[in-house]
Design a protein around this ligand. Structure first.
Ligand code: ADP
Length: 375
């Protein structure tokens, strides 16, 4: 069954709540929709503020045909299918989470956007100046959508048609933190579960839905943890298995690559310093190649990191040094290590007795005997 949030999605600008800087009288998206003026654009804003909704209204107003894709799962062939399709109407491609497209995929889109064959509407929660290639960015207008205000959220709650007391409405608005989909979904689930919407039933519903979210989150953390532990135990077979599982579950390959870069220093460190170089290059490859092929780069990195000798001394040293910093605060830095910037400082003894190569400890007085690196 279609979720309520989709069912009550505004079909016209007049039903669209908030974002007056974009859809208010005389504002760019209102004018563009009214005049049938078409251009590619990127909607940048947090989840549930109406990026998808606005894209649909815009495409509708243009009497264009709208293709909806998510960059998480879309492939080059999906774009090819769209551009080769016989179609009289203007093609508008809504690409959700455009930041998940890699450079090669974005490059592929470019000529079609440039020629006007497709009008691209990208949606992203991430800063497009970092995540969208500049050639594409320069052909799109970027519109920033803001989190819904409390007032607007109340209007969105009213659109659900559920009757609820003011205190319950207030509570939902606070919980949803400007995300309309969250608010609508919570109301729908509460009504379904308990048949009425009060603060108590809302809280109960939220708890049970949170548990469900947590489970999803837990699975994610379990898999990444199993992945790291397998590489740590030098078990490439197990590591590549968990890698495959994460990819299958739709994990962002950049997230996996980032963990590998950290692993190279945390678990391998001085035992094989090139591990960091390899991990960094895997990360770069993932960035430029993207899925599905970058899975091979990841697997290559996993095989290498799993088989390297392990040494956690850099990590352990950092942790115990951090513990001491917290425990002792700013201990006096030995005078001889200080920089005598003025005559007065020199007179007090700054820099006095400093010799470059010495076995004498340069740690603060209290920690003289401390060794963070073992051996
Ligand atoms: P986004 O794409 O920004 O994550 P959506 O446009 O999919 O968000 O919004 C999710 C749901 O929230 C919509 O289906 C709609 O019911 C509701 N919604 C979001 N923004 C608005 C808005 N400005 N006015 C009315 N309803 C909205």
């Amino acid at each position: 069954m279609e979720p309520l949030a989709a069912k009550i999605r505004p079909q016209h600008l007049d039903e669209f709540i908030g974002q007056p800087h974009l859809v208010g009288k005389g504002k760019p998206l209102r004018v563009a929709t009214e005049n049938g003026h078409m251009f590619s654009c990127i909607f940048w804003g947090p989840p549930g503020v109406g990026k998808t909704t606005l894209a649909k209204i815009y495409a509708n107003g243009l009497s264009a045909i709208l293709y909806e894709l998510s960059a998480v799962s879309a492939k080059k062939s999906d774009i090819t299918k769209i551009v080769t399709a016989e179609e009289e109407k203007q093609k508008v491609v809504f690409l959700d989470e455009i930041h998940r497209f890699n450079k090669a995929q974005q490059d592929y889109l470019l000529p079609f956007v440039e020629s006007g064959e497709i009008v691209l509407i990208g949606a992203t929660t991430e800063n497009p100046s970092f995540e969208v290639i500049s050639a594409l960015l320069s052909r799109c207008r970027v519109f920033v959508l803001c989190e819904h205000t409390d007032e607007d959220m109340k209007k969105i709650v009213d659109r659900t048609g559920f009757l609820l007391e003011n205190d319950a409405k207030e509570w939902v608005v606070q919980m949803a933190k400007g995300d309309a989909r969250q608010a609508i979904t919570l109301l729908e689930q509460t009504q379904e579960l308990y048949g009425s919407i009060t603060i108590t039933t809302l809280k109960d519903a939220l708890q049970s839905t949170h548990l469900r979210y947590d489970k999803k989150g837990e699975e994610h953390y379990n898999t990444i943890s199993a992945f790291i532990k397998s590489m740590r135990a030098s078990q490439p077979d197990a590591a590549v298995y968990y890698l495959a599982r994460m990819l299958e579950a739709g994990e962002d390959p950049k997230f996996i690559a980032r963990r590998m870069v950290v692993f190279a220093s945390e678990d391998i460190g001085l035992a094989q310093p090139t591990a960091l170089v390899v991990a960094n290059d895997v990360f770069r490859a993932v960035e430029t190649i993207g899925l599905p092929e970058c899975a091979i780069n990841l697997s290559h990195g996993v095989a290498y990191l799993s088989q390297c000798k392990k040494d956690r001394s850099s990590y352990n040293a950092l942790r115990s040094a951090q513990t001491d910093v917290k425990k002792y605060g700013n201990l006096q830095i030995p005078l001889k290590l200080r920089n005598p910037q003025t005559k007065l400082m020199e007179d007090i003894g700054y820099g006095k007795g400093y010799t470059q190569y010495t076995k004498e400890s340069y740690l603060p007085e209290k920690l003289q005997k401390k060794r963070y690196f073992d051996g």
